[in-house]
Design a protein around this ligand. Sequence first.
Ligand code: PGA
Length: 251
Amino acid sequence: MKIIIRDSAAEASAAVADMLLQQIGEKPDSVLGLPTGGTPLAVYARLRSAYDSGRGSYKSITTFNLDEYLGLSADDPASYAYYMRENLFVHVDIDPDRTHIPNGSAPDADAEAKRYEALITACGGIDLMLLGLGRNAHIGFNEPGSAHNSRTRRVALNASTIAANAAYFAPNAEQPAHAITMGIGTILECRRIVVLATGSEKAAAVAASVKGPSADIVPGSALIRHPNTTFVLDKAAARDLERARTSELQV
Ligand code: PGA
């Protein structure tokens, strides 16, 4: 596991955007795994401005998002399908047919999860998976207690996750309590994983994920077992790492 610590969230986001640009530069038909949420917004903003200045082509890129709310259509402003279009896809030259997100309005969530998992395999697996980290150390919507060998499936969201995401919903809108998420086992099969976590509210989750022990109660701690994971943190998120004294270290 590699840990990169930058002074600010903006610098950490810039480092992650550079990693993505390097990946798609080196392998123009890369398969990327993408997250939503507040943390990656600055990464997507950097990718948009890089694209506007001629850096990065997405023509042959395939993407798989981590998760989607169950019960929201792709046109719902709170859906992750909508988020991805708004924040990245409509701004770059990506082929919409190659952008994959679990279908939150599928009539049979179990069948949809199986279809999604099979599609990832059919596309040759994911080259680089970008992850955020929940305050409770969830990855995707794999809440604490999710098995580290879990596959893409329907899940119930924790009350704390629902509360953390309430701000993304209009005041009177109904907030889904279920989602489809890539499983932790699915995530661990990605060839390279980059976790971006910023802000002091993520410090405890970062420390529990990085220091271990690897246990189901800490979804992020599954990443300890992955051979190519990089945590990119700002100083606030790295606060509880005793060994975070240098700007870059290997553990
Ligand atoms: P956030 O969510 O970026 O909105 O804090 C992170 C996550 O839940 O993975």
